[in-house]
Design a protein around this ligand. Structure first.
Ligand code: NI
Length: 251
């Protein structure tokens, strides 16, 4: 399994981070993990984890909720990290109006800045979008970049617009939740060459472990559920999502 989105630099892993990652790679069927940065500090932590574990890759960038932490000097450091051999994407970047909506203009400017960087450097991007689909699409469609919408919870109509423009769509444990509507619809709708899976660890743990700290081992419940919805085997979907992750991120 390849987990295209996780946060092992999170405090939730302070007590057992290295032991857990070791275990995931040696006995839980995890082949690769992309650890996403949210600001300079977590981007640096992601790179550190990627240096320590063969199977960990890093994405670097500013999450929209971290917009207040942005400064040009740190951004130069983020840019420099892009030439590191284990840094394979810019992320997670995007817009979030759920938690913070009084800084929309700053969020949009930062989002554009990072998309421009992706164009310049030919790096894929990992997009975070929450409660702002129209604004997010308006910006994203201005750029000729490749990438993935992580933890996608949008409608089928939005998925179609993104797929038509070459985007990948990634599903976390939410697709296993009892009240999942859009994720279940989209898990069937997204074509074979664009579907990805993730955990967003330590969050969004799949049923029946919802609420517990997440790790990449629990992604098997997400793959199992989507495979069942698509009427294919676990192994088949595992292979499909691994191939897609390798192609998009050039792993
Ligand atoms: Ni995330």
């Amino acid at each position: 399994m390849i987990d295209i989105h996780a946060h092992y630099d999170d405090n939730a892993f302070d007590s057992d981070r290295y032991e857990l990652l070791e275990e995931l790679f040696t006995s839980k069927g995890v082949k690769a993990i992309i650890n996403a940065g949210c600001n300079l500090e977590s981007s640096l932590q992601s790179v550190k984890l990627a240096e320590k574990f063969d199977g960990v890759y890093a994405a670097v960038g500013y999450h929209p909720q971290e917009v207040d932490l942005f400064n040009e000097k740190d951004f130069e450091t983020i840019k420099a990290l892009l030439s590191h051999p284990k840094v394979i994407a810019i992320g997670e970047i995007g817009l979030d109006y759920h938690w913070v909506s009084d800084n929309k203009e700053q969020q949009k400017a930062l989002f554009r800045k990072q998309l421009e960087l992706a164009v310049e450097t030919d790096m894929p991007v990992i997009i975070h979008e929450r409660d702002c689909v129209a604004d997010c699409l308006e910006i994203v469609l201005d750029y000729n970049v490749r990438g993935v919408f992580h933890a996608f919870s949008g409608s089928k109509e939005t998925a179609k617009i993104l797929l038509d423009r070459g985007w990948y769509i990634s599903f976390p444990g939410t697709v296993t939740f009892k009240n999942a509507k859009h994720p279940v619809e989209n898990a069937v709708f997204v074509p074979e060459d664009r579907i990805l899976t993730e955990t967003d660890s330590p969050y969004l743990t799949a049923h029946p472990f919802r609420g517990k700290r997440n790790d990449s081992g629990y992604m098997r419940y997400t793959i199992e559920k989507i495979a069942e919805l698509r009427g294919i085997s676990f192994e088949e979907l595992e292979r499909i999502t691994e191939d897609n992750a390798k192609r998009l991120f050039r792993l």
